[in-house]
Write a protein that binds this ligand. Structure first.
Ligand code: 3H9
Length: 692
């Protein structure tokens, strides 16, 4: 064995040269890796004993892409294109031996090899779009030459990881070899290539599939139209599509040039910077400075859920999906029956769409035990309460649980606003109490806000984070404060939206501005969807908000065809003349002078106070880092990914600019706009949130 550098070596086995790469965690194409590959291939090509070359990786995966941490820094060592040219032009056949996930630049390296073999558990894809990029090392030119234009469009714009069997079927892999025996399988394959005198197959020379799509622009137009909603606001999907068009319409080397130009356009733009931030933010959120990785975990073998309503049912499904038995509690038989039936119906619907088998449905339902007795939770390791959001009720439930739950069991509340320490104080074991705030629908939304109380034990925190990951959530640890991170910031936006419609805007103006910013819908459309009467009590109505007046007029939202908007029979919303009248009247009675409000003001009034509130959350230590706040908003509230989350976006706008506006609003409109001390300090010191 010859070591080439710290991460690569070359071993000659008979007439096969085996280049091994070992650069944890994912063998990303860092400068050292490119240097090592370049040296190893040069050596293998120069060695007369070597007749064919196998490229294989140590660790959990073949090369998973370019090294994202190096983006934006000055490049050292050979470029990826240099390495690829060496491999593709090798006079000796090169075989890529693939396991784990061959992604992005990793797949682009495999695509310049002459043959590709993989183990059945391997997956491959070009996920660059997810970090706001496109495959910039020939991937967009080579992929359609193998899989065809339609499949290539789908792969590069979705970033999907294709399983080995499917990759084999579409020609991306040439052969599957026995699991656990990749090296021997690849060497044997290389010997077969030599024995059969197979050619140096170059993907760049395959033209049939791209030629088949030439002169058919309708393929691309149809694809754009079908995905318009999904791609809204994102730049990367369109650039990816243009690259595939280039592959179809231009000779290979011209196509590469087009790809490079479109890649650089994305690479130097703010969207990719934001999406790369999101990639690392999500991974960073799992790291808690004072809860080390080796904190002992509490084994969670059985879960109890109190409440079989929408939240309780959705929460239960997460655990059933992960194979963990759930006991679900309701006080009344009919509510229990309805809750269980809803869970079953949800699974049946998924099965109808072909995403679960009937067997899967029964397996999941078999793990569910409905009960009307809290005592049945005595053997649960984790109990999650999802009852009515009222402190007195929560305290009563936790007081009872304290007497029933086994020692060491985690007692969690799915509260979205309430003080977790007060809830914990109603038990004799506050160290076992934690907030697990799910977002509706709880079986779908990725966010899990984990609320740490003053006395919550570290193993309870570590276990909650781990179980969050196990059920497929993005878990973010937050501190105890009213509304925690997500809803506390949401309250800022909601308050301003309400004020703006009295000062001169209309609900559809506010909604349009926020929708165009990239949110899935504005606050008034959201309100109509949820139902205006949520939390509204006709007996206690005070007519203090427009919403209450609308409820009194029996405008309840989409469900009865009228809310802030009027709805037609297809639930298409139209601005409502009646609502306009109500709003004008409401403002007049309160002597609010209406004026013209610009879209810019709507945006600034709704979003700058959120950034400011995020800064207050940071200064109070209720979030560990600004990127955690971004992670909450991206996964729980549909904040547009391509802006990186509210805090990253705040920096894109400029913290100085946001502070100046907050000061101006503060002077004109009062204390709702009081700038955060942290924001003041960061601007004075010329720093960003990551320095906070
Ligand atoms: C590209 O290739 C551009 C080219 O087309 C053109 C070039 C000219 N770089 O996710 P995990 C780190 S763009 C640097 O927790 P898993 C990650 O931060 C790239 N670091 O593990 C984490 O670090 P830490 C296209 C990377 O098993 C650790 O590895 N490729 C990279 O759940 C473990 O990661 C992609 O977009 C990277 N490329 O999942 C693939 N990837 O431990 C992105 C990971 O310090 N990666 N790290 O927190 C993934 O999708 C997943 O990481 C993967 C493993 C599926 C590979």
């Amino acid at each position: 064995m010859t070591a080439i550098n710290a991460v690569t070596d070359l071993t000659v086995e008979g007439d096969i040269g085996v280049v091994t790469l070992n650069s944890p965690p994912v063998n990303a194409l860092s400068a050292a890796v490119r240097e090592g590959l370049s040296g190893a291939f040069d050596a293998a090509i120069a060695d007369p004993a070597v007749k064919a070359i196998v490229l294989i990786c140590e660790g959990k995966t073949f090369i998973a892409g370019a090294d994202i941490t190096e983006f934006g820094k000055a490049m050292t060592g050979p470029s990826l294109q240099d390495v690829q040219n060496t491999i593709e032009n090798s006079p000796k056949p090169v075989i890529a031996a693939i396991h784990g996930t061959v992604l992005g630049g990793g797949l682009e390296v495999a695509l310049v090899a002459h043959y590709r073999v993989a183990v059945p558990s391997a997956k491959g894809g070009l996920p660059e779009v997810n970090i706001g990029l496109l495959p910039g090392a020939g991937g967009t030119q080579r992929l359609p030459r193998i899989v065809g234009v339609e499949k290539a469009l789908e792969m590069v714009t979705s970033g999907q990881h294709v399983p080995a069997k499917a990759a084999l079927a579409m020609g991306l892999f040439d052969e599957l070899v026995e699991e656990g025996n990749l090296r021997a399988g690849a060497v044997a394959y290389a010997q077969k290539v030599l024995a059969e005198k197979r050619p140096l197959a170059k993907v760049r020379e395959l033209n049939a599939k791209v030629e088949a799509a030439r002169g058919k622009p309708e393929i691309f137009e149809a694809f754009r139209a079908a995905n318009a909603k999904k791609f809204r606001g994102f730049m990367a999907p369109e650039n990816n599509i243009k690259c595939i068009e280039a592959a179809v319409n231009l000779p290979f080397d011209e196509g590469l040039k087009a790809e490079r130009k479109l890649f650089m356009e994305l690479m130097t733009g703010s969207q990719s910077a934001a999406q790369r931030h999101v990639f690392f933010a999500e991974r960073q959120a799992a790291k808690i400075p004072d809860v080390p990785d080796d904190t002992p975990l509490i084994p969670i073998k059985k879960v109890g859920v109190i409440g079989a309503g929408t939240m309780g049912g959705g929460i239960s499904m997460n655990f059933l999906n992960a194979g963990i038995p759930v006991t679900i509690i309701e006080m009344k038989q009919e509510n229990l029956d309805r809750g269980v039936a809803t869970i079953r119906k949800n699974y049946e619907n998924t099965a109808k769409k072909g995403r679960l088998t009937q067997d899967d449905v029964e397996k999941r339902m078999g793990l569910l035990t409905p009960s009307m007795h809290l005592e049945d939770l005595a053997d649960c390791d984790l109990i999650i309460e999802a009852v009515f959001e009222l402190m007195e009720i929560k305290k009563e439930v936790f007081g009872k649980l304290d007497k029933i739950a086994k020692p060491g069991a985690i007692l969690a509340s799915n509260t979205s606003y309430l003080d977790i320490d007060v809830i914990a104080a109603s038990t004799s074991r506050p160290e076992s109490v934690i907030g697990l705030h799910y977002f509706s629908p709880a079986n779908v939304m990725r966010l899990l806000e984990i609320v740490r109380g003053a006395k919550t034990d570290k193993s309870v925190i570590a276990t909650s984070m781990a179980i969050g990951k196990k059920i497929g959530k993005v878990a973010v640890l937050v501190g105890n404060c009213h509304g925690f991170v997500g809803n506390r910031m949401l309250a800022q936006r909601q308050r301003e939206a309400q004020k703006l419609i009295l000062e001169g805007a209309m609900p559809w103006d506010v909604d349009r501005v926020l929708y165009d910013f990239g949110l899935p819908m504005g606050p008034f459309a959201m309100s109509d969807l949820a139902g205006l009467d949520i939390g509204w009590d006709p007996a206690k109505t005070s007519y203090s908000t427009v919403r209450e007046v609308l409820c009194e007029m029996d405008r309840r939202g989409q469900k009865n065809g009228k809310g802030f908007y009027d709805y037609d029979e297809n639930r298409v919303a139209k601005p409502s003349a009646i609502v306009e009248e109500v709003i004008r009247d409401f403002a007049e009675k309160r002597q609010i002078q209406r004026r013209d409000i610009t879209d810019q003001e709507i945006l600034e009034r709704c979003l700058y106070p959120m950034v400011n509130e995020g800064a207050k959350i940071l200064e109070e230590g209720k979030a560990i880092r600004a990127s955690d706040i971004d992670t909450v908003w991206l996964n729980g509230y549909g904040w547009p990914v391509y802006t990186g989350g509210p805090m990253f976006w705040g920096e894109l706008v400029g913290l100085d600019k946001i502070l100046a506006k907050m000061r101006e609003f503060h002077a004109a409109l009062g204390d709702d706009f009081k700038p955060s001390a942290l924001l003041e300090r960061l601007v004075a010191e010329g720093k960003g949130f990551r320095d906070a």
